[in-house]
Design a protein around this ligand. Sequence first.
Ligand SMILES: Cc1ncc(COP(=O)(O)O)c(C=O)c1O
Length: 411
Amino acid sequence: MKNHDSASASSSEPLLDLAALRADTPGCEAVIHFNNAGAGLMPRPVLQVMLDHLRLEAAIGGYEASAARAAEVADFHASIAELLGARPGNIAFAGSATHAYTKALSAIDFRPGDVILTTRNDFVSNQIAFLALRKRHGVIIVHAPDHPDGSGVDVDAMAGLMRTHRPRLVAATHVPTNSGLVQPVAEIGRHCRELDLLYLVDACQSVGQYPIDVEEIGCDLLTATCRKFLRGPRGSGFLYVSDRVLEAGYEPLHIDMHGARWIAPGYYRPVDTAARFEEWEFPYATVLGCAAAVRYALRVGVAPVARRTPTLAARLREQLAAVPGVRTLDRGAAPAALVTFAIEGWEAGPFKAAMDMRGINSALSYREFAQFDFADKEVEWCLRLSPHYYNTEDEIDTVAGAVAELARNAR
Ligand SMILES: Cc1ncc(COP(=O)(O)O)c(C=O)c1O
């Protein structure tokens, strides 16, 4: 796409045509959407492919419609594989990132005393899943400490814990839901590969925002959704499963007739690909919408998106940091496009409602989403603003202005 965004682009990099990208995004006309970390605004091609498929299902029948679109359905796996540097056979569809994550966990034969080594900033539902595994299987959960410089997990300390505990699983969330922190997942991965440890990465907030290369990260398993920075539909997610894990025979606890063949009354055989983590029934319109969203992201170009999106967020963060009564909360040298802040004199609900009233979409995070992080920061809640590449500098300034006005009017 053409350039309206050339300030710091290298000459070889694809460029963004913001006007065209916004014209392609119906929601841009209605709202200032700074909740891309919740769900990105779908572009027209995504919406269109989904509506077309629902019409086709109504016209010719659901099974017949999916058969007629078999090639496009297969592109779900192919497009995500291309995005991540994997093969289509490494990709499984899931109904959400959490669905993908719990399917992956279910494939691990945890025994009492097995260690799950994770970070203090791993996603809330992942932490709850680890606690549930502790309750049922007696696993031991170890949280690696954060680096004192605020850059996220202390990788050296985490590597030390890998050596002493030999964890059954190492788990890291690339960008948490509750702040713009970017965790050093590839550095963690290098240690996992060196020590041959099973490594699961939650890339839910980073996919679509940054280039993700599963080989570079060195992960065995990786989960994400299509609805956030990939701008796909809700009710979607995926799991990457490495060849290593497939060949080692990992399979989810509940495997169905899509993931396995029932080849004798007392015997089933899992399929060779990551399809063993899928289920037979698919929401086909959603799957097609996801493929369209990933193709769209690849056409726009991950590199210019990765340059523009955090830059927009940095502009917002800087303006918010200058507002009296506002405390920005994101740590690390180069935070992602999740801008979080606390504001004096407001309760969570009324503050978000006041943003809603101004046509600004945002999200709240609470202590129970981030027990360690919010305890460290001494906050009970914060507001999260998450712009994406299709947002404008003017929108950033408008949103920062709205927060400044609300801060002035605080009780
Ligand atoms: C870092 C992270 N991981 C996982 C999830 C869960 O995604 P899903 O709602 O698709 O299960 C989220 C959702 O916000 C998230 O931010």
